[in-house]
Design a protein around this ligand. Structure first.
Ligand SMILES: [Zn+2]
Length: 582
């Protein structure tokens, strides 16, 4: 990897205005000195993200995401620090070489990424050979043309050990090749894990190939799809098919559609619907839900119309609701998947569905009703209670009223009774929330002191000097690291500037997070010398108390009377020091 100097990074940061860069992604409105916009990192309805031109920082006051222009790009585009620097450099025409083999701070994984990339190209190339013709014809029959083959990097695997030999020729060792999941070994030797299958590469959220799904095409005596097993670079729970491709179309439509498999994504892409992600299965994880939310909080779930699809819809909507997103639902008739649906009913009918998704509560009412017999009063009671539990999560008053009315119409139970059930359910809810709220987060005086010191160190070089000379000990390890980094930044550049300092921290995400937390502490911008001295005093007291505790421990375990006397003496001296201090 080519080394880029801190000076270069700062020059690049200074060559753009964060307000201009952020407004390419999020519309900003100026209010006073700052700019505000809808935060892209949480489900925001009021502009909670502020961007300051004089500090060259951004910050969301709700979800807490913040930093400089590089942090914004890293978060928004899911790219590494160096990739963010490169992006800005390209924008302002500063030549910068971040190295061709650079992989997001996981350099020990780069060999796996490379092996997958090589294999993808190998499979793609196979498709253009004479032996690939049968597969190519099969794809064409399924309306997968050249353009789609290219866009989705589709290829074909052949029998034998061709991938193994190709990887060996590229100087990878046997152990790594097997670990990658591309090949395996038995008593006859090494062999490829995928053979005679049409190969669909699966990319991670950064667009790197990390796995394959192989589909049969010229036989029926094998399972239809075989997927890569988890590997050092492939974690199924963090994978969403098509994630790296949809950003632009999601930005255009404001909406993201979630489907079950990658063939659904391709089927929709064929007809010009591009804002689609696939969960690659019916169980949706919390990680996947968070990624979906990051993309857009306007979510449509369009899983297959069968039982498994129902289950997936419920599980996915639960994960999304936990993080504040209520998805809308499209159910396709006749238990069809999107591809078959378009075949049977045509594109227009599908589009009509997408434009008119049903609300989650309406969908759940349909599902809950399915196994109920309304002539049985127990079933009616269960049904009403199930719906009420869902309704509690709905904030829209109109939807609530309409649903209560609908419930009453369907079941013949009076509206008053049903409404009172909802009130009761909500009151129990409120009680539980109250209990949670009575335990406020405790910020002790030591924490207040070191946070205060760092807050002003990030703003005033005089404070850096005072703190550095005081030799004060900061009890939190991460905050101590930040303080050290501030001091070395200042020693190097003779000044302090938060946006440059964050650039200086680069990929050290935990430290950047701390700086962001410090950014908007409710403290006055100007510092008072006495206050700084107070902070230092408080922290010194902490150190002394720590030493007293340690000595008391030694005292307890000591057998010699002389030692005991001397330790007791030391403790007394220290205690005096604390008293004088305070
Ligand atoms: Zn936010």
């Amino acid at each position: 990897m080519a080394r880029i100097s801190n000076e270069q990074i700062m020059e690049i940061r200074n060559s753009v205005n964060i307000v201009d860069v952020v407004s390419e992604y999020v519309p900003l409105v100026q209010k006073g000195k700052n700019y505000f916009g809808i935060c892209p990192f949480h489900d925001d309805h009021n502009p909670s993200m502020s961007v300051t031109s004089d500090k060259q920082m951004f910050k969301c006051f709700v979800c807490g995401v913040g930093g400089n222009v590089f942090t914004f790009l890293m978060e928004y585009e899911h790219i590494s620090f160096l990739e963010a620097v490169k992006k800005i450099a390209d924008k302002v025409n500063i030549a910068l070489d971040i190295g061709p083999t650079y992989r997001k701070s996981n350099s020990h994984l780069s060999k796996y990424y490379e092996m997958y990339d090589l294999s993808m190209k190998f499979y793609q190339n196979n498709l253009n050979t004479a032996s690939g013709k049968e597969a190519l014809d099969y794809l064409k029959k399924r309306d997968i043309d050249e353009e789609i083959i290219k866009e989705f990097n589709i290829g074909i695997s052949f029998m034998g050990d061709k991938i193994y030999r190709m990887l060996k020729a590229n100087k990878y060792n046997d152990e790594d090749i097997v670990e990658s999941g591309l090949c395996n070994v038995n008593d006859k030797g090494y062999y490829d894990n995928f053979f005679n299958r049409i190969m669909f590469p699966l990319h991670d959220i950064n667009g790197k190939v990390v796995a394959f799904s192989g589909r049969i095409y010229n036989t029926t005596d094998s399972s239809k799809y075989v997927n890569s097993k988890e590997s050092p670079i492939f974690k199924k729970s963090q994978m969403l098919y098509n994630y790296h491709r949809v950003r632009d179309s999601v930005r255009k439509t404001g909406q993201v559609i979630i489907v079950e498999g990658f063939m659904d994504v391709i089927a929709l892409y064929k007809v010009g619907i591009n804002n689609v992600l696939a969960t690659m299965g019916t169980a949706v994880t919390a990680d996947q839900a968070r990624l979906i939310k990051k993309m857009s909080s306007d979510v449509i779930l369009m899983f297959d119309g069968d039982k498994a699809g129902n289950k997936a819809t419920i599980s996915c909507s639960e994960e999304l609701q936990k993080i504040g997103v209520t998805p809308k639902i499209v159910r396709l008739e006749d238990k069809l998947d999107p591809d078959d649906y378009i075949e049977k009913y045509g594109l227009d009918k599908l589009k009509e569905h997408i434009e008119n998704p049903i609300s989650l509560i309406d969908y759940k009412m349909i599902v809950y009703k399915e196994d109920k017999n309304f002539k049985n009063s127990n079933d009616v009671s269960n049904y009403i209670n199930e719906v009420i539990k869902e309704l509690k999560l709905v904030k829209d008053n109109i939807v609530r009223d309409l649903t209560l009315q609908k419930l009453s119409d369907e079941t013949g139970v009076s509206l008053t009774t049903i409404a009172s059930l909802l009130t009761k359910e909500e009151n129990t809810e409120k009680k539980t929330i109250k209990v949670v709220k009575t335990t406020p987060k405790k910020v002790d005086r030591y924490q207040k002191a070191y946070q205060g010191l760092l807050f002003y160190m990030l703003r005033y070089k005089e404070v850096i000097r005072i703190v550095d000379e005081s030799n004060v000990f900061i009890p939190s390890k991460q905050h101590r690291y930040v303080a050290c980094e501030i001091v070395s930044f200042y020693e190097k550049y003779g000044q302090i500037n938060m946006a440059d300092f964050i650039a200086y921290l680069g990929d050290k995400k935990e430290l950047v997070d701390i700086v962001n937390q410090l950014f908007d502490l409710p403290l006055p911008e100007e510092y008072i010398r006495e206050e700084i001295d107070d902070y230092i005093k408080v922290l010194n007291e902490y150190t002394i108390n720590l030493e007293i505790k340690r000595l008391e421990e030694v005292l307890k375990n000591s057998n010699s009377d002389i030692d005991k006397a001397s330790i007791a003496n030391k403790i007394m001296e220290l205690k005096k020091g604390v008293d004088n201090n305070g």
